[in-house]
Design a protein around this ligand. Sequence first.
Ligand code: AMP
Ligand code: MG
Length: 330
Amino acid sequence: MSLNKTYNTIVGGVEYIDEGARILKEGGLVAFPTETVYGLGADAFNERAVLSIFEAKGRPQDNPLIVHFASVEDVKMAVSHIPDVAYKLWEEFSPGPLTLVLPKNDRLPLVTTAGIQTVGIRIPNHPVALELIKKSGTGIAAPSANTSGRVSPTLSAHVYEDMVGKIPLILEGGQTDIGIESTVLDLTKDTPIVLRPGAVTIEMLANVLGKVINHKGEVVVAEAPGMKYKHYAPICPCVGAKSVESALKVYAENDGAVIVGRDSFLKDIPACIKTRSLGESPKECMRSVFTLLRELEKEYKYIIIEDFSDKENYYALYNRLKKTTGGVVC
Ligand code: AMP
Ligand code: MG
């Protein structure tokens, strides 16, 4: 993989999986669908290949990558010790949108984990991802396949926008089902800690583990490395709105604005005002949020989005939107 090379980027379906596996084995980059968002993959054990992920994304090198495997058995390639609770969690949630932070072994290069002695491991629940990983015969380091700081890709077209010319192949998989990134759970501490909320909720984890420290810090607030960077930012200004009234006020003050929220938030807004719905349930909102932001940043000049900071069951969504708005609420 040459960092300066320009590629004639192909977007291809399942018939390109063999080609994808070949590129990965040779140290190249391949974007692929997962059930969360599209990933930008490289052989996790090939330092040069991993470095080219950081290069293609413009990602800071102190932000660790998640390593993806096709089976629990294969995880041993990258970790030095697997606690019993990990097996319990995998039984329940794997393949699926749960990343477990475990101690890394010496074989896994430090560039992959941004210099730390632990590694985030995930088994994605997507047939294309699983087959690609299986055929590559290795662990695949894969962050979201967007330029660093931009909204995560939920369609192959989003990946194309950010990665055209930079990588040889994007595997097609339609719109991603979950729509936001995995839950990250650190198993290297006495009590498991959620570092990033996601579709596998705190309650689901607590049911298996008995006790878990939630990301909001009911016991302790833990910040995952990499969370300080601005993520998920659309190319136009975006603010949160505490109420419909404040949303309408900001709307009136800004040309080309749109109000985004749940159906229940939008229901009393007059039809002459431009609005777009995220859906209603947490699942619907997570699935649509990045797709919608990608669309709206092209159509509108200002995005006003319902504030979810105090809304129970929407923690994972709020965690992303806080970064989209930079925490600005009207
Ligand atoms: P993404 O940007 O979606 O690829 O997710 C990577 C994120 O997962 C990082 O920014 C961290 O927040 C978290 N993560 C990955 N590996 C680790 C690790 N070893 N320890 C703690 N958090 C991790
Ligand atoms: Mg990302």
